[in-house]
Design a protein around this ligand. Structure first.
Ligand code: HEM
Length: 369
Protein backbone atom coordinates (compact mmCIF):
# COMPACT_ATOMS: atom_id res chain seq x y z
CA UNK A 1 0.00 0.00 0.00
CA UNK A 2 2.54 2.57 -1.14
CA UNK A 3 1.59 6.23 -1.01
CA UNK A 4 3.01 9.27 -2.72
CA UNK A 5 2.74 12.54 -0.83
CA UNK A 6 0.37 15.04 -2.41
CA UNK A 7 2.30 17.92 -0.81
CA UNK A 8 5.36 19.74 -2.09
CA UNK A 9 6.65 22.44 -4.39
CA UNK A 10 5.31 20.55 -7.42
CA UNK A 11 2.26 18.35 -7.79
CA UNK A 12 2.72 14.58 -7.71
CA UNK A 13 2.06 12.52 -10.85
CA UNK A 14 4.72 14.08 -13.07
CA UNK A 15 8.13 12.99 -11.81
CA UNK A 16 6.46 10.19 -9.81
CA UNK A 17 7.47 6.77 -11.25
CA UNK A 18 5.00 5.94 -14.02
CA UNK A 19 2.08 3.99 -12.46
CA UNK A 20 0.43 1.24 -14.56
CA UNK A 21 -3.12 2.71 -14.61
CA UNK A 22 -4.66 6.12 -15.21
CA UNK A 23 -7.75 8.12 -15.95
CA UNK A 24 -7.23 11.35 -17.85
CA UNK A 25 -10.21 13.69 -17.84
CA UNK A 26 -11.39 17.29 -17.96
CA UNK A 27 -14.11 19.22 -16.15
CA UNK A 28 -16.00 22.40 -16.93
CA UNK A 29 -16.71 24.72 -14.01
CA UNK A 30 -20.39 25.59 -13.52
CA UNK A 31 -20.11 28.25 -10.79
CA UNK A 32 -19.51 31.82 -11.93
CA UNK A 33 -18.05 33.62 -8.91
CA UNK A 34 -14.34 33.77 -8.10
CA UNK A 35 -15.12 33.02 -4.42
CA UNK A 36 -16.93 29.82 -5.48
CA UNK A 37 -14.04 28.80 -7.72
CA UNK A 38 -11.73 29.22 -4.76
CA UNK A 39 -14.01 27.01 -2.65
CA UNK A 40 -13.90 24.39 -5.41
CA UNK A 41 -10.10 24.26 -5.41
CA UNK A 42 -10.06 24.09 -1.59
CA UNK A 43 -12.49 21.18 -1.62
CA UNK A 44 -10.58 19.44 -4.43
CA UNK A 45 -7.36 19.80 -2.43
CA UNK A 46 -9.04 18.18 0.60
CA UNK A 47 -10.26 15.26 -1.51
CA UNK A 48 -6.76 14.83 -2.95
CA UNK A 49 -5.36 14.73 0.59
CA UNK A 50 -7.82 12.02 1.64
CA UNK A 51 -7.72 9.90 -1.51
CA UNK A 52 -3.93 9.88 -1.99
CA UNK A 53 -3.14 9.16 1.67
CA UNK A 54 -6.05 6.76 2.20
CA UNK A 55 -8.33 6.42 5.24
CA UNK A 56 -11.64 5.17 6.62
CA UNK A 57 -15.08 5.89 5.19
CA UNK A 58 -17.63 6.88 7.84
CA UNK A 59 -21.37 6.62 7.16
CA UNK A 60 -23.15 7.68 10.37
CA UNK A 61 -26.60 8.06 8.74
CA UNK A 62 -27.81 5.17 6.53
CA UNK A 63 -30.61 7.39 5.21
CA UNK A 64 -27.95 9.38 3.35
CA UNK A 65 -25.87 8.15 0.42
CA UNK A 66 -22.62 6.53 1.56
CA UNK A 67 -19.64 8.87 1.77
CA UNK A 68 -17.64 7.04 -0.90
CA UNK A 69 -18.22 4.67 -3.81
CA UNK A 70 -17.26 1.70 -1.60
CA UNK A 71 -15.54 -0.14 -4.45
CA UNK A 72 -12.31 -0.25 -2.44
CA UNK A 73 -14.07 -1.28 0.77
CA UNK A 74 -14.43 0.79 3.94
CA UNK A 75 -10.70 1.36 4.27
CA UNK A 76 -9.56 3.29 1.22
CA UNK A 77 -5.92 2.40 0.45
CA UNK A 78 -3.56 4.94 -1.11
CA UNK A 79 -2.47 2.35 -3.72
CA UNK A 80 0.11 4.65 -5.36
CA UNK A 81 -2.57 7.17 -6.29
CA UNK A 82 -1.55 10.59 -7.58
CA UNK A 83 -4.00 13.28 -8.67
CA UNK A 84 -2.59 16.02 -10.89
CA UNK A 85 -4.66 19.12 -11.62
CA UNK A 86 -4.28 21.59 -14.48
CA UNK A 87 -6.25 24.59 -15.73
CA UNK A 88 -7.29 25.23 -19.33
CA UNK A 89 -7.37 28.50 -21.27
CA UNK A 90 -11.16 28.75 -20.84
CA UNK A 91 -10.80 29.25 -17.07
CA UNK A 92 -9.25 32.62 -17.89
CA UNK A 93 -12.28 33.99 -19.78
CA UNK A 94 -14.42 36.82 -18.32
CA UNK A 95 -16.31 34.62 -15.77
CA UNK A 96 -13.83 34.92 -12.93
CA UNK A 97 -11.95 38.07 -13.91
CA UNK A 98 -8.76 36.06 -14.37
CA UNK A 99 -8.15 37.30 -17.95
CA UNK A 100 -4.91 39.04 -17.07
CA UNK A 101 -3.50 36.05 -15.24
CA UNK A 102 -3.46 33.52 -18.08
CA UNK A 103 -0.07 31.95 -18.65
CA UNK A 104 1.60 32.94 -21.89
CA UNK A 105 1.19 29.81 -24.01
CA UNK A 106 -2.21 28.57 -22.85
CA UNK A 107 -4.80 28.34 -25.69
CA UNK A 108 -7.43 25.88 -26.86
CA UNK A 109 -5.72 23.03 -28.67
CA UNK A 110 -5.73 23.78 -32.41
CA UNK A 111 -6.05 21.13 -35.14
CA UNK A 112 -2.69 19.98 -36.51
CA UNK A 113 -2.69 18.85 -40.18
CA UNK A 114 -3.38 15.13 -39.47
CA UNK A 115 -5.94 15.79 -36.70
CA UNK A 116 -9.64 15.05 -36.71
CA UNK A 117 -10.42 16.70 -33.41
CA UNK A 118 -13.88 16.09 -31.97
CA UNK A 119 -14.48 19.16 -29.84
CA UNK A 120 -16.43 17.17 -27.21
CA UNK A 121 -13.15 15.30 -26.57
CA UNK A 122 -11.07 18.48 -26.28
CA UNK A 123 -10.06 21.14 -23.74
CA UNK A 124 -12.01 21.96 -20.56
CA UNK A 125 -11.60 24.41 -17.65
CA UNK A 126 -9.74 21.92 -15.43
CA UNK A 127 -7.79 18.75 -16.28
CA UNK A 128 -7.36 15.93 -13.80
CA UNK A 129 -4.91 13.06 -14.25
CA UNK A 130 -5.49 10.13 -11.87
CA UNK A 131 -2.69 7.52 -11.78
CA UNK A 132 -2.47 4.47 -9.51
CA UNK A 133 -1.43 0.83 -9.16
CA UNK A 134 -4.93 -0.45 -10.00
CA UNK A 135 -7.75 0.74 -12.27
CA UNK A 136 -10.30 0.57 -9.44
CA UNK A 137 -8.31 3.10 -7.39
CA UNK A 138 -8.44 5.55 -10.31
CA UNK A 139 -12.16 4.84 -10.73
CA UNK A 140 -12.88 5.36 -7.02
CA UNK A 141 -10.99 8.67 -7.01
CA UNK A 142 -12.76 9.93 -10.12
CA UNK A 143 -16.17 9.06 -8.68
CA UNK A 144 -15.30 10.78 -5.42
CA UNK A 145 -14.28 13.94 -7.25
CA UNK A 146 -17.35 13.94 -9.55
CA UNK A 147 -19.64 13.61 -6.53
CA UNK A 148 -17.89 16.02 -4.19
CA UNK A 149 -17.47 18.69 -6.86
CA UNK A 150 -20.99 18.34 -8.31
CA UNK A 151 -22.05 21.82 -7.10
CA UNK A 152 -19.04 23.36 -8.81
CA UNK A 153 -18.14 21.47 -11.97
CA UNK A 154 -19.24 18.79 -14.44
CA UNK A 155 -17.08 16.28 -16.22
CA UNK A 156 -16.51 16.99 -19.92
CA UNK A 157 -14.51 14.00 -21.20
CA UNK A 158 -12.68 11.06 -19.65
CA UNK A 159 -10.54 8.20 -20.88
CA UNK A 160 -9.01 5.21 -19.05
CA UNK A 161 -5.35 4.34 -19.62
CA UNK A 162 -2.96 1.49 -18.89
CA UNK A 163 0.73 0.87 -19.26
CA UNK A 164 2.18 -2.61 -20.00
CA UNK A 165 4.66 -4.05 -17.49
CA UNK A 166 8.35 -3.71 -18.34
CA UNK A 167 11.62 -4.53 -16.55
CA UNK A 168 12.98 -1.53 -14.59
CA UNK A 169 15.70 -0.68 -17.11
CA UNK A 170 13.43 -0.88 -20.16
CA UNK A 171 10.69 1.40 -21.45
CA UNK A 172 7.18 -0.10 -21.62
CA UNK A 173 5.95 -1.12 -25.07
CA UNK A 174 3.14 0.83 -26.72
CA UNK A 175 0.35 -0.77 -28.76
CA UNK A 176 2.52 -0.72 -31.89
CA UNK A 177 4.88 -3.07 -29.99
CA UNK A 178 7.73 -0.54 -29.67
CA UNK A 179 9.41 0.51 -26.45
CA UNK A 180 8.16 4.00 -25.72
CA UNK A 181 9.93 6.43 -23.39
CA UNK A 182 13.52 5.32 -23.95
CA UNK A 183 14.92 8.74 -24.78
CA UNK A 184 12.88 10.64 -22.19
CA UNK A 185 14.89 13.15 -20.13
CA UNK A 186 15.59 11.74 -16.65
CA UNK A 187 13.36 14.06 -14.62
CA UNK A 188 14.09 12.15 -11.41
CA UNK A 189 17.22 14.37 -11.38
CA UNK A 190 16.30 17.79 -9.97
CA UNK A 191 18.64 19.62 -12.30
CA UNK A 192 17.03 18.07 -15.40
CA UNK A 193 13.49 18.56 -14.06
CA UNK A 194 14.31 22.22 -13.39
CA UNK A 195 15.42 22.72 -16.97
CA UNK A 196 12.70 20.71 -18.74
CA UNK A 197 9.61 20.88 -16.54
CA UNK A 198 9.11 23.72 -14.14
CA UNK A 199 7.73 27.01 -15.38
CA UNK A 200 9.43 30.05 -13.90
CA UNK A 201 12.44 27.88 -13.07
CA UNK A 202 13.58 26.69 -16.54
CA UNK A 203 15.51 29.30 -18.51
CA UNK A 204 12.94 29.42 -21.35
CA UNK A 205 10.02 30.25 -19.03
CA UNK A 206 11.14 33.33 -17.15
CA UNK A 207 8.51 35.56 -18.79
CA UNK A 208 5.49 33.89 -17.14
CA UNK A 209 3.29 35.41 -14.38
CA UNK A 210 4.81 34.94 -10.90
CA UNK A 211 1.83 32.83 -9.70
CA UNK A 212 2.73 30.12 -12.25
CA UNK A 213 6.14 29.35 -10.78
CA UNK A 214 6.73 25.63 -10.15
CA UNK A 215 3.83 24.59 -12.37
CA UNK A 216 4.24 23.03 -15.81
CA UNK A 217 2.39 22.82 -19.12
CA UNK A 218 0.52 19.60 -19.85
CA UNK A 219 -0.22 18.70 -23.49
CA UNK A 220 -2.73 15.87 -23.84
CA UNK A 221 -3.39 14.15 -27.16
CA UNK A 222 -5.86 11.31 -27.63
CA UNK A 223 -4.39 9.41 -30.58
CA UNK A 224 -6.20 6.45 -32.11
CA UNK A 225 -3.95 3.76 -33.62
CA UNK A 226 -4.98 1.74 -36.69
CA UNK A 227 -3.50 -1.48 -35.33
CA UNK A 228 -5.03 -3.95 -37.83
CA UNK A 229 -3.33 -2.00 -40.63
CA UNK A 230 -0.09 -1.81 -38.57
CA UNK A 231 -0.09 -5.57 -37.97
CA UNK A 232 -0.05 -6.09 -41.77
CA UNK A 233 2.92 -3.77 -42.27
CA UNK A 234 6.38 -5.34 -42.86
CA UNK A 235 8.68 -5.32 -39.82
CA UNK A 236 11.34 -3.40 -41.71
CA UNK A 237 8.89 -0.62 -42.52
CA UNK A 238 7.65 -0.47 -38.92
CA UNK A 239 11.25 -0.04 -37.78
CA UNK A 240 12.12 2.69 -40.28
CA UNK A 241 8.94 4.55 -39.25
CA UNK A 242 10.19 4.79 -35.65
CA UNK A 243 13.97 4.62 -36.32
CA UNK A 244 14.40 1.80 -33.79
CA UNK A 245 14.56 -1.99 -33.68
CA UNK A 246 11.21 -3.35 -32.60
CA UNK A 247 12.28 -5.93 -30.04
CA UNK A 248 15.50 -4.54 -28.55
CA UNK A 249 14.42 -0.90 -28.79
CA UNK A 250 17.94 -0.01 -30.03
CA UNK A 251 18.34 2.81 -32.55
CA UNK A 252 18.68 1.25 -36.04
CA UNK A 253 22.25 0.07 -36.62
CA UNK A 254 22.95 -0.15 -32.86
CA UNK A 255 22.71 -2.89 -30.25
CA UNK A 256 21.07 -1.71 -27.06
CA UNK A 257 17.97 0.26 -26.16
CA UNK A 258 19.91 3.08 -24.51
CA UNK A 259 22.67 3.37 -27.16
CA UNK A 260 22.88 6.98 -28.35
CA UNK A 261 22.47 7.64 -32.07
CA UNK A 262 24.98 10.07 -33.62
CA UNK A 263 23.25 11.86 -36.47
CA UNK A 264 26.42 13.75 -37.43
CA UNK A 265 27.77 10.38 -38.68
CA UNK A 266 24.55 9.62 -40.59
CA UNK A 267 23.81 12.95 -42.25
CA UNK A 268 22.01 11.43 -45.25
CA UNK A 269 19.83 9.21 -43.04
CA UNK A 270 21.06 5.91 -44.56
CA UNK A 271 20.90 4.19 -41.14
CA UNK A 272 18.23 6.12 -39.25
CA UNK A 273 15.89 7.71 -41.81
CA UNK A 274 15.61 11.46 -41.52
CA UNK A 275 11.81 11.20 -41.47
CA UNK A 276 11.73 8.51 -38.76
CA UNK A 277 9.67 9.44 -35.69
CA UNK A 278 12.59 9.53 -33.28
CA UNK A 279 14.90 11.55 -35.54
CA UNK A 280 12.23 14.12 -36.38
CA UNK A 281 11.14 14.38 -32.72
CA UNK A 282 14.68 15.08 -31.51
CA UNK A 283 17.40 16.11 -33.97
CA UNK A 284 19.80 16.07 -30.98
CA UNK A 285 21.55 19.34 -31.82
CA UNK A 286 22.65 21.76 -29.09
CA UNK A 287 19.81 24.24 -29.65
CA UNK A 288 17.19 21.47 -29.45
CA UNK A 289 18.62 19.94 -26.30
CA UNK A 290 18.75 23.34 -24.61
CA UNK A 291 15.23 24.56 -25.47
CA UNK A 292 12.92 21.93 -26.91
CA UNK A 293 12.92 18.92 -24.62
CA UNK A 294 9.71 17.58 -23.19
CA UNK A 295 8.88 14.76 -20.79
CA UNK A 296 6.44 12.10 -22.05
CA UNK A 297 4.22 10.23 -19.59
CA UNK A 298 1.67 8.47 -21.78
CA UNK A 299 -0.82 5.60 -21.32
CA UNK A 300 -2.47 3.22 -23.78
CA UNK A 301 -6.24 3.11 -24.11
CA UNK A 302 -8.69 0.48 -25.34
CA UNK A 303 -12.38 1.22 -25.87
CA UNK A 304 -13.54 -1.96 -27.58
CA UNK A 305 -14.60 -1.65 -31.21
CA UNK A 306 -15.30 1.33 -33.44
CA UNK A 307 -18.60 1.53 -35.36
CA UNK A 308 -16.74 0.11 -38.37
CA UNK A 309 -15.76 -2.98 -36.36
CA UNK A 310 -12.08 -2.08 -35.92
CA UNK A 311 -10.27 -2.01 -32.60
CA UNK A 312 -10.69 1.41 -30.98
CA UNK A 313 -7.29 1.58 -29.29
CA UNK A 314 -4.44 4.06 -29.08
CA UNK A 315 -2.38 6.34 -26.93
CA UNK A 316 -3.31 8.88 -24.30
CA UNK A 317 -0.22 10.94 -25.07
CA UNK A 318 0.60 13.24 -22.14
CA UNK A 319 3.70 15.38 -22.03
CA UNK A 320 5.05 18.03 -19.67
CA UNK A 321 7.28 21.03 -20.33
CA UNK A 322 8.08 24.44 -18.84
CA UNK A 323 7.31 26.22 -22.12
CA UNK A 324 4.51 24.77 -24.28
CA UNK A 325 5.55 26.55 -27.48
CA UNK A 326 9.19 25.44 -27.23
CA UNK A 327 8.17 21.94 -26.14
CA UNK A 328 5.08 20.17 -27.50
CA UNK A 329 4.09 22.74 -30.16
CA UNK A 330 7.60 22.90 -31.62
CA UNK A 331 8.10 19.11 -31.60
CA UNK A 332 4.65 18.43 -33.08
CA UNK A 333 5.60 20.91 -35.82
CA UNK A 334 8.66 18.77 -36.60
CA UNK A 335 6.50 15.62 -36.69
CA UNK A 336 3.79 17.02 -39.01
CA UNK A 337 3.74 14.87 -42.17
CA UNK A 338 5.76 11.99 -40.62
CA UNK A 339 5.21 8.48 -42.13
CA UNK A 340 3.65 7.34 -38.80
CA UNK A 341 0.62 9.57 -39.59
CA UNK A 342 -0.83 6.88 -41.86
CA UNK A 343 -1.39 4.70 -38.81
CA UNK A 344 -2.71 7.24 -36.32
CA UNK A 345 -5.55 9.71 -35.90
CA UNK A 346 -5.52 12.31 -33.11
CA UNK A 347 -9.13 13.02 -32.04
CA UNK A 348 -8.96 14.84 -28.71
CA UNK A 349 -6.95 16.25 -25.82
CA UNK A 350 -6.04 19.75 -24.76
CA UNK A 351 -3.48 22.13 -23.35
CA UNK A 352 -3.49 22.72 -19.60
CA UNK A 353 -1.30 24.47 -17.07
CA UNK A 354 -0.59 22.19 -14.11
CA UNK A 355 -0.69 24.30 -10.95
CA UNK A 356 2.24 24.40 -8.55
CA UNK A 357 2.08 21.97 -5.64
CA UNK A 358 0.48 22.79 -2.27
CA UNK A 359 1.34 22.29 1.38
CA UNK A 360 -0.77 20.88 4.21
CA UNK A 361 -1.87 24.33 5.30
CA UNK A 362 -2.72 25.53 1.80
CA UNK A 363 -4.61 24.47 -1.33
CA UNK A 364 -4.14 24.03 -5.05
CA UNK A 365 -4.29 27.25 -7.03
CA UNK A 366 -3.64 29.43 -3.99
CA UNK A 367 -1.23 31.70 -5.87
CA UNK A 368 -3.71 32.16 -8.75
CA UNK A 369 -6.87 32.77 -6.74
C1 HEM B 1 10.17 8.84 -29.27
C2 HEM B 1 6.08 6.42 -30.09
C3 HEM B 1 3.65 10.57 -30.48
C4 HEM B 1 7.62 12.96 -29.15
C5 HEM B 1 9.29 7.84 -29.50
C6 HEM B 1 9.63 6.43 -29.62
C7 HEM B 1 8.50 5.75 -29.83
C8 HEM B 1 7.42 6.72 -29.88
C9 HEM B 1 8.33 4.25 -29.99
C10 HEM B 1 11.06 5.85 -29.53
C11 HEM B 1 11.44 5.45 -28.15
C12 HEM B 1 11.58 6.59 -27.20
O1 HEM B 1 12.60 7.31 -27.21
O2 HEM B 1 10.68 6.79 -26.42
C13 HEM B 1 5.09 7.34 -30.28
C14 HEM B 1 3.74 7.01 -30.64
C15 HEM B 1 3.06 8.18 -30.74
C16 HEM B 1 3.98 9.25 -30.46
C17 HEM B 1 3.20 5.61 -30.84
C18 HEM B 1 1.62 8.41 -31.06
C19 HEM B 1 1.08 8.11 -32.12
C20 HEM B 1 4.51 11.59 -30.14
C21 HEM B 1 4.14 12.97 -30.06
C22 HEM B 1 5.27 13.65 -29.68
C23 HEM B 1 6.34 12.67 -29.54
C24 HEM B 1 2.75 13.54 -30.30
C25 HEM B 1 5.46 15.11 -29.40
C26 HEM B 1 4.91 16.05 -30.10
C27 HEM B 1 8.64 12.05 -29.06
C28 HEM B 1 9.99 12.39 -28.63
C29 HEM B 1 10.73 11.20 -28.68
C30 HEM B 1 9.81 10.17 -29.12
C31 HEM B 1 10.49 13.76 -28.20
C32 HEM B 1 12.20 11.02 -28.30
C33 HEM B 1 13.10 11.12 -29.49
C34 HEM B 1 14.55 11.04 -29.06
O3 HEM B 1 14.91 11.77 -28.12
O4 HEM B 1 15.29 10.25 -29.67
N1 HEM B 1 7.92 7.98 -29.68
N2 HEM B 1 5.20 8.70 -30.17
N3 HEM B 1 5.84 11.43 -29.82
N4 HEM B 1 8.56 10.71 -29.35
FE1 HEM B 1 6.90 9.71 -29.83
Amino acid sequence: NQSYSCYGQHQAGITTPHQPFAIMCAFDVTVTELAELKKMFQLLSQRIEFLTQGGELHDPDPKLPPSGSGILGQTVPSDGLTITVGVGASLFDQRFGLQNKKTKHLTEMPDFPNDKLQREWCDGDVSIQFCAFSPETCQNALRDVIKQLSKFAIIKWSIDGFLPKAPADQAARNLFGFRDGTANPDVSKTEIANQVLWTGVASNSQDEPAWAKNGTYQAVRLIRHFVEFWDRTPLQEQQTIFGREKYSGAPLGMKKEHDMPDYTKDTDGAVIPKDSHMRLANPRDAEFLQRHQLYRRPFDYSRGLSKAGQLDVGLVFICYQANLTDGFVFVQGLLNGEPLEEYISPFGGGYFFVLAGFEKTGYLGQTLL
